[in-house]
Design a protein around this ligand. Sequence first.
Ligand code: SAH
Length: 514
Amino acid sequence: MPRAARSPRSAGHVALVGAGPGDPGMLTVRGRDLLQAADVVLYDRLVDRRLLDIPVHAGCRKIYVGKDLPGHASRDAQQDRINALMVRHAKQGRHVVRLKGGDPYVFGRGGEEGLYLHEHGIAFEVVPGVTAALGAAATTGIPFTHRGVAAEVTFATAHEADGASPPPWEALGKLKGTIVFYMGTYTLAHAAEQLVAAGRRGTTPVAVVERATTPRQRTIIGTLTDIAGKVAAAGVKPPSLVVVGDVVNLRPGLNWFESRRLFGRRILNLRPGERAEDALGHRLSLEGAEVVRLPGLAFLPPKSWAPVDRALKRLHTFDWIVLTSGRAARFLLDRAFALGLDGRSFAGTNVIAIGKETRWMLEASPDPMLRADFVPEVATSEGVVAGLGARRIRGKSFLLPRADKAREALPRLLKAAGGRITDVVLYRSVVPKPDRAVVAELAAGRFDAVLVTSGEIAKNLKAWLGRRPWPERTKLVTIGPVTSAAVRGLGWPVSCEAAEPGKLVEATMEALAT
Ligand code: SAH
């Protein structure tokens, strides 16, 4: 059947998609599906940049259209530009996602954009997003309605936009329930005064939430009388929301978000790998940490595949294949498949996975093809030899497909115990280009912890830091004894070492508990 090609003349389409309040995990599934299929993404300032990794189409254009673009164009002129871009790309047959902070129809000019598309005959759809207020309710622990406390909630803006009529202070001041103000950071003193003048008690509790739902969320609590002073003293900046009402008093019992063990902590994760496979970073974020990634290594195929290919074609002649990492397993299986081989070639040989994580990566892949026959208790070269025992080594043949800079201990120890070794380079590790801004932040002590998962990564980090000393307040957490030794060799202190490679999260918690 011919593939349905997307010809330039086929109908384009615009989706106004709410990106949610800040945490990229709060995007809807519908929004994610549309983003995946997008040809063009027009995004605002408050949209988390990680959402821009979602489109799968390599040619997808991501265009920043925040209203703070330089050039001093008025906000209306910039809105005109956005409208024109949507229409132009849709008319060229593209699928456009207009990605907007929070929800498109809550203080987001989404209605104006929809009407403009309607007038120009462009098909569009709207995908709601979690509006900032609802995100903030969940993560500050302030339910907007609560039996016996507040029976209604009002979303308003305290921003007195040029030309627009001012907020209806008289009516707002008479409300008994919860009021949430958007865009109210700089007009808070005025808003509080107006509410009190219109009849709301000066002792009414108020919460101001900065960057709600993100790891950098800050919440300031006060009353209508004193909140403006507190917020000014704390230097609160946009984006922030103001919540007025007695429901604020419920927060102490509901504040799960800011009470998480790693909330407010910044962690630098040097472990290499795709973002999607960053299970470590994911677990630390769930504990509340802000995790910044800076892969300490990158991986390339070997200079020549010939030795690997020869070994792959005679796999049945090896008694043991030793896999030292999930990466090795992936490279080996991918290469076997590229050669036209498959799982059957592994018949008659046995697989050793060093480390529980290696077994896990092998057996939990989306289409597992190999099972580990043996996982040594202790995940070191010595542990492998001791675990296997002399009887399973002497006179047996071992295939060691490994990194170019792999340690020499394993082949040496196996050989000493009477094994026959075929050591092939399966992939090369190279030094990636670092993000200089992140390295500068590290040098300035802006991270609470740094995770180092190999000696080579430590060495690369040293090269990036150059003559700058280890930042005193930053805890260095390692994956195990070999990495710790390499770190100490560089003259850096190890704060905590994982009890086993899969326990880095626990080690990080321990390092940060003190
Ligand atoms: N359409 C958006 C609102 C856009 S107006 C929505 O539905 O959320 C921008 C205002 O939203 C900001 O001035 C601020 O008041 C609020 N806001 C957006 N993101 C926020 C966040 N993460 N924390 C606190 N307030 C936020």
